[in-house]
Design a protein around this ligand. Structure first.
Ligand code: FES
Ligand code: FE2
Length: 390
């Protein structure tokens, strides 16, 4: 795309409000909020959301802005609290966002506390994954997600555990980061370790027999009938705006049971998995969240704009909920491949961002196969922007 779309502050504002804030985004895993009062913050653009479990065990996504004069009411990135007390003038909110007290405001006869709850985003908890959408009118995501119940259910994420998560801060527009994830044309050149393991780094023609053999044995070897079934409705083909869903499965080369440095398992099998089939499932949830799932661990990827040239790339490593660190898995072995790969991506994205921001940059031709998903994103993005600008 023309560098204007990455450089214009106006474009950035428009895409936040018309695209990012209308899309389903992964917020957290249910085990991060085990008890009433537990919360984590999710920061998207300039917005801040409090993802919190209330006394009735309901999960809310509260907009972190006081209804008095707009101060942040929650300042910690995660924690436990009985209420949220605004540090400015002390208005106090319950865990479900209702305004409990507003000092001395009874002097205003027209003041009614019930009129000023914290605003909220839509929330969906699906198989232990908490998703949010800042658009109150957003279409449901659970219907589209139900289409991949078998493939996603195999990993039993509800009973999984977050072994590690890390935000990689990248000084580049969020679209450079996302576009990089959407194509594997760069895998052979930028990711030597990844490319040695995953067939996605090769052309379909070269990998098709290998992948077909994996798919033919996947149901039997994993014990999950239908795990190899492909479902793909993303970007313009999504069932509803911002509700992309994908499940595909591709092969891991001989000698690799999983995505690890030596190819050996880095944890116990996940969920319903009964064995290693030499494959990995590739999921997409909404336009910005992805998850590569090996039989023994899942690696979730999320791209969040935090400024025109600032992006949070968050990576979350899930393991079987019964796995014990030090006994069943080691963080370094578990995270080795995707930490390495993400650092490689961070480097090439920043090189791309610098170069493609030049006045001399003219977008070149894209590869019809390797960069096909990237083209789907660009088509969708430009459609959205066109409908907003005209
Ligand atoms: S801004 Fe929160 S109490 Fe005044
Ligand atoms: Fe990459």
């Amino acid at each position: 795309m023309n560098s204007y779309f990455y450089r214009s502050p106006l474009v950035y504002e428009l895409e936040l409000h018309n695209l990012v804030f209308k899309s389903w985004i992964y917020a957290a895993h249910i085990t991060e909020l085990p008890n009433p009062g537990d919360f984590v913050l999710l920061e998207v653009g300039e917005e801040s959301l409090i993802i919190v479990r209330d006394r009735n065990n309901e999960i809310h996504a509260l907009i972190n802005i006081c209804r008095h004069r707009g101060a942040r009411v929650c300042e910690k990135l995660k924690g436990h609290s009985k209420t949220f007390v605004c540090p400015y003038h002390g208005w106090t909110y319950s865990l479900d966002g209702t305004l409990r007290s507003a000092r001395h405001m009874e002097m205003r006869k027209d003041f009614n506390r019930a009129d000023f709850p914290l605003k909220r985003a839509k929330v969906l908890v699906h198989m232990g994954l908490i998703f949010v959408n800042l658009d109150e009118q957003a279409a449901d995501l659970s219907g589209p997600l139900s289409k991949i119940d078998v493939q996603l259910g195999a990993y039993d994420l509800k009973n999984a555990k977050v072994a590690h998560k890390q935000i990689y801060k990248v000084d580049a527009n969020w679209k450079y980061c996302l576009e990089n994830y959407l194509e594997c044309y760069h895998c052979k050149t930028a990711h030597p370790h990844y490319a040695r393991i995953h067939t996605l780094a090769d052309l379909d023609e070269d990998a098709k027999d290998f992948d077909a053999a994996m798919r033919a044995r996947a149901s039997v070897e994993t014990g999950v009938a239908g795990i190899e079934k492909e479902y793909r409705k993303i970007y313009s083909a999504a069932e509803a705006f911002g509700a992309c869903v994908q499940a595909t499965r591709y092969g891991l080369y001989d000698g690799y049971l999983t995505g690890s440095e030596d190819g050996q398992a880095v944890g116990p099998l996940m969920g319903k998995m009964k064995g290693y089939d030499g494959g990995a499932s590739d999921f997409q949830f909404g336009p910005l969240t992805f998850m590569l799932s090996y039989p023994d661990h899942c690696v979730l990827y999320r791209f969040i704009p935090r400024g025109q040239n600032k992006t949070d790339m968050e990576v979350v490593w899930f393991v079987n909920g019964d796995a014990v660190e030090g006994e069943n898995y080691e963080i370094n072995r578990l995270t080795w491949l995707w930490d390495q790969t993400t650092l490689e991506d961070k480097y090439i994205i920043s090189r791309n961002s610098e170069g493609a921001s030049s006045d001399f940059f003219e977008p070149g031709p894209l590869h019809p196969e390797f960069e096909q998903t990237l083209m789907m994103f660009i088509d969708w993005y430009l459609d959205v922007m066109q409908s907003v600008i005209k």
